[in-house]
Design a protein around this ligand. Sequence first.
Ligand SMILES: Cc1cc2nc3c(=O)[nH]c(=O)nc-3n(C[C@H](O)[C@H](O)[C@H](O)COP(=O)(O)OP(=O)(O)OC[C@H]3O[C@@H](n4cnc5c(N)ncnc54)[C@H](O)[C@@H]3O)c2cc1C
Length: 425
Amino acid sequence: MESIGTLVVGAGITGLATAAALDGEDYLVLEADREMGGYCKTIRKDGFVWDYSGHFFHFKHPEIEAWLRERMAGQRIRVVEKKSFIAYGGKWIDFPFQKNIHQLEKDEFVDCLYDLYFARAPAELLGPGAPARPPETNFKEMLYGRFGRSIAEKFLIPYNEKLYATDLATLDRDAMGRFFPYADLTDVVRNMKVADNASYNSTFTYPEGGAFEYVKALASAVGPGRIALSEPLASLDLEKKVARTARREVRFERLVSSAPLPSFARIANVSHDASVFSWNKVLVLNLGFDRKGPRDVHWVYYPGRDTVFYRIGFYDNIFDTDRMSLYVEIGFPRGAAVDEEALRARVLADLERQGVTSGHRLVAWHSVVMDPAYVHVTRRSMAEQKRLAERFAEASVHSIGRYGAWTYCSIEDNIVEARALVRTF
Ligand SMILES: Cc1cc2nc3c(=O)[nH]c(=O)nc-3n(C[C@H](O)[C@H](O)[C@H](O)COP(=O)(O)OP(=O)(O)OC[C@H]3O[C@@H](n4cnc5c(N)ncnc54)[C@H](O)[C@@H]3O)c2cc1C
C-alpha cells in the first residue's frame, strides 16, 4: 500500500490551490474527470472561446491575482469595467435593480420608493402606529424586509427563483453572503443623482484564453506526476486513514476534499442527513453567431417568467471580437429533466424576441449542465456541514471549496481557503 502525506480529492481550483500551497511536500491529487479544472474549464470551438459558464473574475487580494499573473506569461488579460443590465418592461435598466428604480416608469418607481421607504425608514420618522418590521428569518423575508414589496416582487424574487429553482423561503437569510448587492435607503436615493452602481463585481478580469488559464497557472505550481486523472476516490476508511480508488489503496496522514459534500460523506461512509442538501443545476448554452450583436454590455439579467434564461453574458464585448459570443444560463431543480435541444430552440426564440439577436445565424454552440451549480444554503445545511466538518477533522480530513463546504463563493475564495488550510498543517 502507498503512503502519502496529503491526499487531495479533486483537481478543480480548490484542489489545485491546495496542492500548489503544499509546495513540494508529499501529496497526490485524485481527479475523477479526464481533465483537471472542475467547473473552470474552457472550450474552444470554431474560433469561439467559452467557459463552462460565465466566469468573470473579481480579485480582492492583489497578491493572489499577482501570483496567478506571474504564471500566465504571454496571456492577454483585461480588466474591464462591467456593464450589466436588467431586462425589465421592454428596456434595459442598470444593475442592481434596487439602486436604479428611478430608471423605471413613474408609477413603478413610486411603488418601489414608497414600499422601500416604509420598509426601511427609521421608526422615529414613521411615528407611533407604524407597522412592526416583519421578521427576516429567511432569504425571501430578507428581500421583503430590506427592500419592500415592490422591489422584491418586481425583480429580486422572480430573478432569484429562476436562478435557484426553489422556494426562496427555504434559503438562509444570508444564502448569498457578500455576493448579494445590498443597498439602503440612502444609497438608493443618492444613486438617483450620482450613479454609483459599485457592487462586489464593479470591474472584472478576464484572460483571453478563458477561465482555464487560471487553472493552468495553479497547475504550474503542482509537481509533475502529482495529478492522477480519471481516478475517482471510491471509498474511504476514516479510522484507518486509507483511501481506495480502482487503481490503488493509499494510506494518508491528512486528506483535503473538494468533491461535493453529500457525495464525499457517502464515500467516507459517515452517517449524515442527506435530505438537508439540495441544490439547483444550471444548463449553460454557449452560442456563437455569424456577426456582432449589442455592444457595451457584458451581462444582462432576465427576471421575466416569459423568458427561459435568467442571465446571458457577452464574451465578444470583453476583447471586442467581431462575432457575438454568448453564454446563456437556465436554472432547474436538481431532479428536473433537461431537453437540451428543445431548450436551445427556445433560447434562440427568446433571444430574438428580446432583441439580443435580429436575424443572426447561430454558427457554433456548446452546452453543459452544471450539477450541482448553486447549492441551497439553508440553516439545516449549514448545521450539517459544520457537524460533518468536525467529524472529518477528527481524522485530519477537510472538505473545502464551493461544493466541499457547501457554500456560495468565487474562485478567489477557493484559493484563499485552500491556502489558509494548508498553513494550519
Ligand atoms: C453558474 C456558475 C457561475 C460561476 N461564475 C463564477 C465567476 O464568474 N467567477 C468566479 O470566481 N467563480 C464563479 N463560479 C464559482 C466557481 O466556478 C467555483 O468557485 C470553482 O470553480 C469551484 O472550484 P472547486 O475546485 O471548489 O470545485 P469544482 O470545480 O467542482 O472541482 C471539484 C473537482 O472534484 C472532482 N471530484 C468530484 N468527486 C470526486 C471524487 N470522488 N474523486 C476525485 N475527484 C472528484 C470533480 O471532477 C472536480 O474536478 C461560478 C459557478 C457557477 C456554478
